[in-house]
Every structure is written in C-alpha cells, then in structure tokens.
Design a protein around this ligand. Structure first.
Ligand SMILES: Nc1ncnc2c1ncn2[C@@H]1O[C@H](COP(=O)(O)OP(=O)(O)O)[C@@H](O)[C@H]1O
Ligand SMILES: [Mg+2]
Length: 145
C-alpha cells in the first residue's frame, strides 16, 4: 500500500479504514498506531480485530493491562498492546514483547518506545490526528523492513 491520507468524519470511516488495513495483514506483522490521546486508536483496533475475525466480546482498552490477547481462527492469537505507561525499553523485554512481536500479529498503541524491537517484522502504521472541526485525519501505510 502506498502511504495515504484519509479523512475520517465518523466512526464508520474508522471502520472502513480498518477494513483496508485488515486486507494487508499477514502474520507476523505489527500495526503501529500513533496519535494523541482520544484520537481513535483503540476504536480503530476494535474494528481491526473484528475484520480479522477475532472474538471481541470482552474487548477493552489495554491501557491498564498493557497487553490483551484475542483469538482468531484465521490468524491465531492477535495481541492488542498499549505502551503508553511503559517507561523503559527493558520493561518490554520482561513482557516477552520481542518474542511476541516476531511471531504474532500485534496492534500497538504508543509504539515509539518499542521502535528498536520491530527489526525484521512487517510494520504497517496508522497515525491519527485531530482536526479543529472535530474530524480526524489518518496517515497510513507500510514502513520499509
Ligand atoms: N472516527 C471517530 N469519530 C468520532 N468519534 C470517535 C472516532 N474514533 C474514536 N472516537 C471517540 O473518541 C474517543 C476516544 O477514542 P479512543 O479510540 O479511545 O482513542 P485513543 O485510543 O486514541 O485514546 C472515544 O469516545 C471514541 O468513541
Ligand atoms: Mg487507546
């Protein structure tokens, strides 16, 4: 996918973007979600998990648990991870994240602190920004490996 800029005027537009990204996913792969608090990363993740046929009955934001697994018959275990509260890279190793990143599909909010751990893994990204009129803009694409 070429890098593209997508105007998001509604939650439905977020769902449409999740469908587009879902079509690009293969395992292992990291989907890196950037953008300020409230910009729509978690909302996008729920739609993406649904497009990947995961059971989202008990979906919740991973801000406090940090990482939550979802099961999909098609894609295996999908991890939703929020690194907002992580302060040092060594904590990531304690959570077995280098291994999880190299083997699974991981959807990661606030991925900046883990940037070094994605070496060799396919990385898709979506960066959300909030516009003054209340709409959002997303910049999405794939990073070079
Ligand atoms: N595309 C959208 N249009 C309108 N509201 C949205 C959209 N995406 C998310 N929201 C709302 O914004 C709030 C924050 O969304 P959330 O996904 O939790 O953001 P983040 O994970 O980036 O902090 C929620 O109340 C959510 O319903
Ligand atoms: Mg969030």
């Amino acid at each position: 996918m070429r890098n593209s800029t997508i105007q998001i005027n509604s939650v439905q537009d977020t769902k449409t973007l999740a469908l587009k990204i879902a079509r690009l996913i293969s395992s292992p792969c990291a989907v890196l979600l950037k953008g300020q608090l409230g910009s729509g990363k978690t909302t996008f993740t729920k739609f993406l998990l649904e497009e990947l046929e995961a059971d989202t009955q008990f979906f919740q934001s991973p801000t406090f648990p940090i990482m939550l697994p979802y099961e999909s018959e098609k894609f295996g275990t999908l991890w939703h991870i929020d690194l907002y509260r992580i302060e040092s890279e060594s904590d990531l190793v304690e959570l077995y994240l280098p291994e999880i990143f190299s083997k699974n599909i991981c959807i990661v909010e606030w991925p900046q602190i883990a940037e070094n751990l994605f070496y060799g893994t396919r990385r898709l990204f979506v960066e959300f920004s909030m516009n003054k009129d209340g709409t959002r803009t997303a910049n999405a694409g794939e990073l070079p490996t």
